[in-house]
Design a protein. Structure first.
Length: 202
């Protein structure tokens, strides 16, 4: 169940309108803000106006297959979680859905309600976390991002200075700016922030 005061937004895409709306209604009953779309292109337009936290998409669609859709979606919004569903499951597609397209789950129709709800809850949590991290990094300058990348690898100020051909004092100044802008004051916090922004911290 999502927070009723701040419900996660879930978009459902299936070229079977009845099924898409049925999945959206199910998620809506569990407190999510949902909208069903008959085509990927319609959903891409909507995502630009009101980004969803999680996308539940069919794999086999006439307009655009679910994996090509996922690639378009990731390019447009790297912080949306994607869940695939299909009536024609295969092992290779299941593996691709996770390894190549970053899917949170690969569900066989008819959909298992419990598994869908668990995947959506995890996907929405991941999306909120990643969006938050990306927002915290947004104010950083390109140089500050370079310094942060080095610090997140466990490098000391002196090591970062040598790697970037800068003085240790300059690195200290950049580090202070990074802490002020992101609120991540410890090495562990900086590492966690970078991982969350990249989507690798669950």
């Amino acid at each position: 169940m999502t927070d009723p005061a701040d419900p996660a937004i879930i978009h459902v895409v299936d070229d079977d309108p009845d099924l898409g709306r049925a999945v959206a209604r199910l998620l809506g009953r569990h407190g999510y803000r949902t909208q069903a779309f008959d085509t990927p292109r319609a959903m891409l337009r909507a995502q630009a106006d009101e980004p969803a936290h999680c996308l539940v998409t069919d794999v086999m669609m006439a307009d655009m297959d679910g994996f090509a859709f996922a690639e378009r979606m990731r390019a447009q919004d790297p912080a949306v979680a994607i869940i695939f569903m299909t009536a024609w499951p295969t092992t290779s597609s299941a593996v691709d859905s996770v390894r190549r397209y970053g899917g949170f789950d690969y569900l066989e129709k008819p959909i298992d309600e419990g598994r869908l709800l668990a995947a959506v809850a995890e996907g929405a949590r991941w999306s909120r976390q990643r969006r938050g991290a990306l927002a915290r990094l947004a104010p950083l300058t390109p140089r500050e991002r370079e310094v942060l990348h080095c610090l997140a690898q466990g490098m000391s100020n002196k090591m970062v200075a040598a790697a970037l051909s800068l003085s240790p004092k300059t690195i200290e100044d950049h580090r202070a700016a990074i802490v002020a802008k992101t609120g991540a004051s410890s090495p562990a916090a900086l590492i966690a922030l970078v991982r969350e922004a990249s989507g690798t911290e669950g």
